[in-house]
Design a protein around this ligand. Structure first.
Ligand code: HEC
Length: 128
């Protein structure tokens, strides 16, 4: 069997088809059914929450940031879910650690944490 030779025009068409497929089922420029950017309270995906709210200080994957590493099983075990939840809600006064709970001047309803030590990085899992 001989493969058809791909001319540069065919390659260009192929690239177009691939980029259309990658853009999803919406035609370019046509708005989807909901808002393009979800409200912060609708984002419940831990990696996204962490990346947007914590990674700048606590580091990608919870390590090597300016602030204390959270991706540390020993720390997680000692600190405990309740403490971590309280600190994230209220912040640490007189430090860079901001409060996230509305009740403490943040923008979120109180987060609830679950230590997540299964497969993958041992980060903290929380719902806002
Ligand atoms: C602007 C920087 C900044 C951001 C953003 C930030 N933190 Fe912090 N965080 C800090 C600093 C600095 C400390 C250390 C405070 C201290 O000296 O006790 C800290 C401490 C903590 C602690 C307490 C550690 C301990 O001593 O037991 C927890 C838990 C924590 N942060 C979780 C989070 C989470 C979860 C997020 C995201 C929702 C977050 N932080 C976002 C700067 C930040």
């Amino acid at each position: 069997m001989t493969l058809p030779k791909l001319s540069s025009v065919n390659l260009w068409l192929l690239a177009c088809a691939v980029s259309l497929a990658a853009a999803g089922c919406h035609a370019p420029g046509k708005p989807g059914p909901g808002p393009e950017v979800p409200r912060p309270s609708q984002v419940l995906d831990f990696p996204t929450l962490y990346r947007e709210n914590c990674a700048a200080c606590h580091g990608e994957n919870g390590k090597n940031g300016a602030a204390i590493a959270l991706n540390n099983p020993v720390y997680l075990a000692i600190a405990g879910t309740a403490n971590i939840e309280k600190i994230t809600a209220n912040g640490v006064p007189n430090t860079a650690m901001p409060p996230f709970a509305k009740s403490a001047g943040g923008s979120r309803s109180p987060p609830s944490f679950k230590a997540w030590n299964e497969s993958g990085p041992s980060l903290l899992k929380f719902d806002w």
